[in-house]
Design a protein around this ligand. Structure first.
Ligand code: NAD
Length: 276
């Protein structure tokens, strides 16, 4: 199974389909990420705040997969935002991961109330220049926050990782990002299991037509729009199922019907008001 790669605006390449580990139990992470690597995933999305970077690192080490065949993302937690705090935070993540660099480092949330994301972004640019991360990006940034980064630093993020699923499709944000070459990464691609995808007729119809599962249909909906996606599961069968999405293609009509499910329904926090 060959996963398509996307070339980021800094020239680095990212596997378009990966494996997310939010809420993967730290005690189980090594085994679960090991299963994902065995299933064929080569892109892992973690974060310092998930508390499971050690498990990700152990799974990578014991997999025997060459480092340059893997793409590892981690994220700077909100309490570590700042000009001088980002570097020690990334060094601590690298220590836990057992790596000398990550492929992508993200500001996890903008936290506009702190008003430190601009200086933090400058710090991330230095970390990239120092080789501690290949690419840098942001997460949960709105158009206004992205615009401020561009205006005040001139450094364009490689990606913006945001909540994105059929009920919350982020069209306006994507339209803003595209001409700037900021790639969209989807978190919560399956709506975090918080709404029933099978109950959505457009998804159920496409699943029936292709002999696929609702989750596979929704992952294809992301992939066919060029979105980078990393569904999470702690269950081996679903880990395999969510990777087995390259044997069918949704038609234009099926894509349009799923597009019609967009109703501004978040399943997670609003970045403008989140204060965790
Ligand atoms: P997700 O949409 O991937 O949902 C995961 C849940 O969907 C599972 O717990 C399970 O309940 C269900 N599921 C998974 N596979 C299924 C299948 N085949 N059939 C039926 N149900 C299935 O949600 P997520 O984990 O929040 O998002 C994916 C990744 O995005 C995370 O693991 C993490 O890496 C990242 N993330 C980032 C942020 C951020 O702020 N940057 C926030 C949340 C998640």
């Amino acid at each position: 199974m060959t996963v398509p790669h996307i070339t980021l605006n800094d020239g680095h390449r990212i596997p378009q389909l990966g494996f997310g580990v939010f809420r993967v139990d730290p005690a189980e992470t090594e085994r679960i990420v090991g299963e994902a690597l065995e299933a064929g995933y080569r892109h892992i999305d973690t974060a310092a705040v998930y508390g499971n970077e050690e498990g990700v690192g152990r799974a990578i080490a014991s997999s025997g997969i060459p480092r340059d065949e893997l793409f590892v993302t981690t994220k700077l937690w909100n309490s570590e935002q700042g000009r001088d705090t980002a570097r020690p935070a990334l060094e601590a993540s690298l220590e836990r991961l057992g790596l000398d660099h990550v492929d992508l480092y993200l500001i996890h949330w903008p936290r506009p109330d702190l008003d430190r994301y601009v200086e933090t972004w400058q710090a991330l640019a230095s970390l990239r220049d120092a080789g501690l991360t290949r690419s840098i990006g942001v997460s949960n940034f709105t158009i206004a926050y992205l615009q401020r980064l561009l205006d005040e630093t001139g450094v364009v993020p490689a990606v913006n990782q945001v909540e994105l699923h059929p009920a919350f499709a982020q069209r306006e944000l994507r339209a803003f990002q595209e001409p700037l070459g900021i790639h969209t990464e989807a978190w919560g691609p399956l709506g975090q299991g918080k709404y029933d995808l099978l109950a959505e007729k457009a998804v159920a119809d496409a699943a029936a037509a292709h002999g696929a599962t609702p989750a596979q249909v929704v992952i294809r909906w992301h992939l066919q729009q060029g979105i980078i996606v990393f569904p999470k599961s702690s269950t081996r069968d679903r880990i395999v199922e969510n990777f087995d999405v390259f044997g069918f293609e949704l038609t234009d009509a099926e894509m349009a019907a799923i597009d019609g499910l967009d109703r501004g329904q978040r399943v997670g926090a609003d970045p403008e008001t989140a204060t965790f």
